[in-house]
Structures are given as C-alpha cells and as structure tokens.
Design a protein around this ligand. Structure first.
Ligand code: ADP
Ligand code: ASP
Ligand code: MG
Length: 403
C-alpha cells in the first residue's frame, strides 16, 4: 500500500466523459490498495472564461474577488469527480481549500502554499476513502481565498506530495510526457524518458508549460520524484528526478519558447559609471524583473544604447518609470513587443564545446536575426522576431539531433 498524489489537468477533466475516465484511473489505483489524493484543475477553458467575465465588469477587477471567482472552477471539478467515484462505489469526498485548510502567504493571484493541515485527509485515507482536492488555491491567514498563479495545480500537487509524505506524485496531462519541444506545435518532438530537475526547471521557466516552474522548483528542493504521463494512453511517461541518475548522450535535451517578453532600447544614454545602476534601480524597486541586458557603444563614443528585456505585462510600467526617472539622460526609448524568446536547454551542454556557435549558425542559416542573448550553464536563450518563432524552434530541434 502506498500513498499517491495524482494530479489531473484541465483537458483531462474537460468533459463529463473525461471525468468518468479519470474516476476509472483512480478506481484502479484504489483497488490496488493505494491511498489516493487526487488534485484537480478546472475543466479546460474554465479559468479563462471566468477571467473574461471579471474583465467585463472591470479590467482592474477587485483582486480578492478575482481569487474567489477563479478558484470556483476547481470546486466544480472536485464535486463532479467525487460524484463519479461514488457512482463507481468508491468511497470519496471533496475537501475544499478552506476545509483542509491549505494555507498560503503572499499577494492575491500570486500566493504561495506554506502549510497544509493533514489530519482530516489522513483520517479519511486511513478509512479507505479517496480525497479530492482543488488545485491552484488556498486561504490566507485572514481566511481569504487565494490563488497561486496560472497552471498552479501542479504546485498544489507537489506541495501535497511533500506535506503528506506521499511515495509519488503523478502529473496526468494531455500529452504522453515531457517532450523535446511542444509536440502540439512540432510533431517530430520526441518524448523524454527521464530528465533532471534542473533541466525541467529551465524548460518550464522558458515556456514549456507541461509543468509549472514553481512546482518543479519545490520538487527539486525537497527531492520529490515526479512523473508526467498521459490521462488518455497507457504509455510510459517522463520521470523527473535528481541529476546523478541520468546519462547524457546529447548536448541539448529540449527546445522551449515563450512570447511573454518585450524588448526595450534606451538610446544615447550617457556612457559613464553608474548609469546602468541608475536605470535599473527604480525598476527593481517597482518589482520589474529585467532579464537580458545588452549595452552598445554608440557612434559618438560618448553615449551608449542599453537594450534589455522585461515581461510584456510590465512594459508600460517600465516605460513610465524610465520617463519619470531624473537620474538618467537619454535621447529616446524604443520598445518592441513582437519578440519571442527561444531557448535550448541541456545538462550535456556543459561538456560539449561549440553549442553556442552551432545555435547561432543554425539561426543565421534561416536568416533569423538575434536581438539579445543570455546564457547559463545549461541553457542558451535568444530573443528574435516573434514571426520567426516556429522556424527557429524547428531548426534548433533538427540541428541538435532531437527530431
Ligand atoms: P494540464 O492542463 O494537464 O496542466 P497544460 O496545458 O498545462 O496541461 O500542459 C500540457 C501542454 O504543454 C501540452 O498540451 C503541450 O502543448 C504543452 N507543452 C509545451 N512544451 C511541452 C513539452 N516540452 N513537452 C510536452 N508538452 C509541452
Ligand atoms: N485552472 C488553473 C489555470 O487554468 C490552474 C491549473 O489548471 O493548473 O491556470
Ligand atoms: Mg498545466
């Protein structure tokens, strides 16, 4: 008998038939005498639908009420799944965030789980019941409902696996596992059998939404092995665990992309010590995260152009802050939101020379201009024009032998 956390994403519970199918997966685990905690997302599209409703009232809809609204999608799935299990003669009960409770800290729509009370659910599991828990939410110390960021049901599942000391945490989704790139966009993508936390963390932070990055981070911190697998096929999934157990035959494990960034160039800034610090200090105080930075000497040698990237959502705020800043002089600010970040990730990059050159050559062969670059030990990201995204991903996937 083992304690298992099974997480089912939006598509997996997207229709009544699919919820019934999920109930059968749980029934099988239960009949093998496993103690099951199922974490569920809202039915696919539901969270976006609710978000849209709030926007119809006001674009800056009250944050507290937005969390009350968005968390309701998961409540619906919990009840339907529990009802479907009861119909299969399995003892089952839904536990809402405030009933457990799942305690969170931090701002509305971006809270973090800090603790989960285990007693009620453990009692229920010990009495042969299946516990159904809503992903993506909790309550604050004031008792307000909070949500923990889009895709947050993954993070709920990992937190539950840790706090309940579960033997495994299985992430059921609509693809067979983690692929070398998004299989729905690049059909030649290959399933990865096993991948390290570090690589998965890079891939998910750089756009592979198959796992939410903060969930991977928590799993890595507490060494909780994860398995990503399909709700709809019986194929083996992808195991995510610590690096020592993995043999690297390839320099690059996967290619990811995202369209969340925007590029800003501040032209003709005075070229003297302290200018970059003066520029970025007010941004950091305003919680604007600057990612890539490039500085060019301009033709007159006295001024410089500074280019950097921020999240697209932060672009107006960033421009406003720069315009209001009295500590920098510049000629103009140019921004470009039609850019994409394309990244290659691989722990094998550390020991393979020439990866950078190969990436740049591949993109130049496709006539793709690189607008900014950033690197770490196991990843290399470039900013390019958004229209070239898939062409770039395909090319990199091919030249690094991933097809
Ligand atoms: P869920 O609703 O189950 O949480 P998500 O939609 O959040 O599922 O994540 C699964 C989707 O992630 C897949 O349908 C796929 O299009 C996308 N995806 C992006 N990159 C990858 C990748 N490298 N491997 C697998 N899926 C990926
Ligand atoms: N329903 C939430 C979302 O769409 C959480 C999740 O699906 O993981 O973001
Ligand atoms: Mg997801």
């Amino acid at each position: 008998m083992v304690k298992k956390v099974l997480k089912f994403g939006g598509t997996s519970v997207g229709t009544i038939e699919r919820i019934q199918h999920v109930a059968n997966i749980i029934k099988k685990e239960h009949s093998e005498k496993n103690k099951v905690i199922a974490v569920v997302s809202a039915m696919s599209g539901k969270t976006n639908e609710l978000l849209k409703l709030s926007n119809e009232i006001a674009e800056d809809f009250n944050k507290r009420e937005l969390d009350v609204l968005l968390s309701s999608g998961e409540q619906v799935t919990c009840a339907l799944l529990s009802g479907a299990l009861t119909r299969l003669n399995i003892k089952s009960k839904s536990f809402m965030n405030w009933q457990i409770p799942i305690l969170t800290e931090g701002d509305h729509s971006n809270a973090r789980i800090i603790n989960i009370h285990v007693e009620k659910i453990n009692d229920y599991l010990n009495n042969n019941g299946v516990a159904i828990v809503p992903g993506f939410q909790g309550i604050s110390k004031n008792g307000d409902i909070t949500t923990i960021g889009r895709g947050g049901s993954d993070a709920t599942a990992v937190a539950i696996a840790k706090i309940f000391n579960a033997e495994c945490c299985e992430i059921y989704t609509d693809v067979d596992g983690v692929f070398s790139t998004d299989p729905n966009k690049i059909p030649v993508a290959k399933k990865i059998d096993k991948i390290s936390y570090d690589e998965m963390l890079e891939l998910s932070s750089l756009g592979a939404k198959v796992m939410q990055s903060s969930a991977v981070q928590t799993a890595m911190m507490y060494d909780i092995p994860l398995e990503v697998k399909s709700t709809f096929t019986e194929r083996k999934g992808t195991k995510i665990f610590s690096q020592e157990n993995i043999d690297y035959t390839k320099s690059v494990t996967g290619v990811a992309y995202s369209k969340d960034d925007a590029k800003i160039t501040v032209k003709e800034v005075e070229d003297k010590p302290g200018v970059a610090a003066n520029m970025f200090e007010p941004l950091s105080k305003a919680q604007v995260n600057v990612d890539m930075v490039i500085q060019n000497i301009s033709s007159d040698q006295k001024t410089t152009d500074i280019t950097f990237t921020v999240k697209r959502d932060d672009i107006s705020k960033t421009k406003q802050i720069l315009k209001e800043s009295t500590s920098i002089n510049y000629k103009e600010i140019i921004s470009n939101e039609k850019v994409a970040k394309v990244s290659i990730v691989g722990a094998g990059m550390v020991s393979t020379p020439g990866v950078t050159y190969k990436m740049f050559r591949g993109l130049s062969d496709e006539n793709i201009n690189i607008l900014a670059i950033s690197t770490s030990e196991i990843k290399l990201s470039v900013i390019i024009d958004e229209e070239n995204t898939l062409k770039a991903v395909k090319k990199l996937h091919t030249i690094f032998d991933l097809d």
